[in-house]
Design a protein. Structure first.
Ligand code: A1S
Length: 221
């Protein structure tokens, strides 16, 4: 199952979150060679992992064992496309909308890369966002993801032209959230129903993002 972890129930998952920072280091620094993310303590943590950013983690867990995951950050707050990769969104512009959340740090541990957990994590994005009223996720990705996403029924809107980043052709895009896509991902993955587990207190993440967005707009006036 994929556990939904927000600032409201993070206290129930402190150990899992810590372990997942170590796994991210192994995967994104050790395997992918994203050297800028290397840390002496072996934990891959960036500014979007701070509790006040309202990041939502989705961790695929078997018992206590983490086998995959990703995270969603509100685009009305600081986000990677805005702060690091605006050039990748030069055609359609950098998204900033309470109903658009940025998807990042998508991974499956090496021993479980047979496609199954990958599809469950994709189903989790669609299911969670449908539940919450989120209409799109934004993402920075290797261009090889474009056909992969389309194969599983995702409708993808590039935000700009691809560029070479760290030796890979990279693009940013909006991915539509829809019941049709969720159904297709479930069909392809032979996933019978919900993949999400929600423990402890929950809140509407869109309401929270909307409130923050309004307050920021009022402060600018
Ligand atoms: C995340 C962007 C979001 C929008 C989701 O032709 P095939 O079937 O042999 O192709 C293989 C791989 O070559 C290809 N692939 C792997 N990594 C890729 C990448 N970074 N960009 C584009 N294509 C990639 O996917 C096919 C299946 O891969 P796999 O590893 O054998 O199995 P699985 O279970 O589908 O896992 C895929 C992922 C990407 C989750 C896994 O390889 C992983 O965790 N990689 C390290 C972390 C990572 O690169 N995450 C993607 C970040 S952008």
């Amino acid at each position: 199952m994929i556990h939904v972890i927000s600032s409201m129930n993070r206290h129930l998952y402190e150990d899992a979150i810590e372990t997942h920072f170590h796994i991210r280091h192994e995967i994104f620094v050790g395997e992918r060679r994203w050297k800028a993310l290397a840390r002496a303590n072996g934990k891959e943590i960036d500014s979007y992992d701070h509790v006040d950013v309202d990041t939502v983690y989705m961790l695929a867990m078997e018992g206590e064992r983490i086998i995959g995951g990703h995270r969603l950050c509100p685009t009305v707050g600081p986000n990677m496309i805005e702060q690091v990769f605006p050039a990748l969104a030069a055609v359609r512009g950098v998204p900033s909308d309470p109903l658009i959340w940025e998807l990042s740090r998508f991974f499956v541990v090496r021993e479980r890369r047979d496609g199954r957990v990958n599809l469950e994590l994709m189903a989790a994005v669609q299911e969670f966002c449908l539940d919450e009223g989120i209409t799109h996720v934004s993402a920075v990705m290797d261009i090889r993801w474009l056909p992969r996403l389309q194969q599983v029924g995702c409708v993808v809107h590039p935000l700009g032209l691809p560029r070479v980043v760290d030796g890979s052709w990279t693009m940013s895009a909006l991915i539509e959230i829809s019941a049709d896509t969720l159904e297709r991902v479930r069909d392809i993955g032979n996933i019978p129903g919900s993949v999400l587990t929600r423990k402890g207190p929950q809140y509407s993440i869109v309401d929270r993002a909307m409130t923050g967005y309004r307050m920021a707009a009022e402060n600018r006036l």
